[in-house]
Structures are given as C-alpha cells and as structure tokens.
Design a protein around this ligand. Sequence first.
Ligand SMILES: Cc1ncc(COP(=O)(O)OP(=O)(O)O)c(N)n1
Ligand SMILES: Cc1ncsc1CCOP(=O)(O)O
Ligand SMILES: [Mg+2]
Length: 223
Amino acid sequence: MGRISAKQLQEQLRVYFIMGSNNCKKNPFDMLKEAIEGGITFFQFREKGQGALSGVEKVAFAKELQAICQKYSIPFLVNDDVDLALALDADGVHIGQEDERADIVRRKIGDKILGVSAHNLEEAKRAIEQGADYLGVGPIFPTNTKTDAKEAQGVEVLRHLREHGITIPIVGIGGITVDNAKEVIRAGADGVSVISAISLANSPKESAWRLAKAIDDALHEKK
Ligand SMILES: Cc1ncc(COP(=O)(O)OP(=O)(O)O)c(N)n1
Ligand SMILES: Cc1ncsc1CCOP(=O)(O)O
Ligand SMILES: [Mg+2]
C-alpha cells in the first residue's frame, strides 16, 4: 500500500484527540466514543505519567480503545511505545525528541504512520529527513497536562516553519481549546491535538464538535 499521502493525512489530522487512563474524569471508553461522535478525526493512545497503567493492563486498555477506533474508522496511534504499536498492529506511532530516533522507528514500522514532535526548524527538517509523516509542534500555549513540557512558543512557530519550506502536515499541540484553535490553523497548522480540551470537558462530545467546527471554519477561511 505504501506510505500515507500528505494530502490524506492532512485531512485526517484536523481534530486529533490524545488520551490515557490518567487524563479521564469518567469512563475512558465512553469518553472516546463521545469524542468520536463529536467529530474527532485521529486518536493517540498516550499512557504515561502519574498512575499510568503498565504491563498487561496497559495492553488490554489499549486494545479496547483500538477496537473503538476501528469500529468508527478513526486512525489509532501509540505514543512512545513502538513495540506496543507493532504488537497491536496500530496505524502508527508518535515519538518526540527524547524518544527513539525517528529513522530507527521508521525502519521498524515500515509504512505505518510516523508522527514526530518538533519545536523548531532544525528538528522539523531532521524529522522529515528521517521519515516523519507529520509533525506535532508545541506547546503552542501553556499546558498543565504535560509536566515536562517545554515553554509555550505561541503560534509564531507554526508560521515560521511554513515560511521556511516545511510543507508536510502539522498539528499544533499544548493548551489548545475551542477558543484559540482557529489561531493555530490560521498560523499554518492542518489540525489541532488536544488532551484536556476534550478529556476534562463536561461534555467531550460537545467539546469535540465545537473544536471540529472551529477548525472547519478556519480551514475554509484559508481557501
Ligand atoms: C501530536 C503530538 N505532538 C506532540 C507530542 C509530544 O510528544 P513528546 O514530546 O514525545 O512528549 P510525550 O507526549 O511523549 O510526553 C505528542 N505526544 N503528540
Ligand atoms: C503531549 C503534549 N506535548 C506537548 S504539550 C502536550 C500536552 C497537551 O495537553 P493539553 O491539550 O491538555 O494541553
Ligand atoms: Mg514521547
């Protein structure tokens, strides 16, 4: 089948929900279903931090989330854990600058989707050379969700990457909400990745729906 095209990925990355068991206020399976009903387009299983599951519990949890994604044709990616992604035959993996090297991961995963975090032009160029299909750029805004996140960069980093020839799909991440999502798209991202905007919302479905609407509106403005 070959690697996914940039165009197809760009379409799929509009509302990218990331979640692990410790991000959930309520039943994680219900939350994912609600988020899907609301209009998320991509999902990342990110099981890390305080209270995170490990071993067989982590695998069983991931499998259940993957089954929900499969039922609704939502791509299912695994954060950091390349072996788990391969064991589950996930759609892809997301890795950061402190994880395994992107070129090594690319060799391991073949044509599966590879997302790489980048904070600047140098990291973005290297990630692309090493086989990234998309970039996760941020934190754009301050976030309470990732305790070891770098300082927020604002949307200018997205504009900078686009102005310097980075054309592959990009999602902004970090502190993105319904109220600031449009700025992220206007600055050059193809989509937004969020954890708390959906996982801590009173209604994950409504929050996902409002994010999807904001992204659609901002993308139409650009056309
Ligand atoms: C879409 C997306 N973008 C960035 C990240 C962050 O990855 P990383 O820097 O490796 O940090 P952790 O998420 O592993 O703590 C991401 N997960 N997803
Ligand atoms: C995983 C990650 N990488 C950079 S910021 C972040 C956390 C995003 O969470 P939130 O959407 O709740 O700010
Ligand atoms: Mg990582």
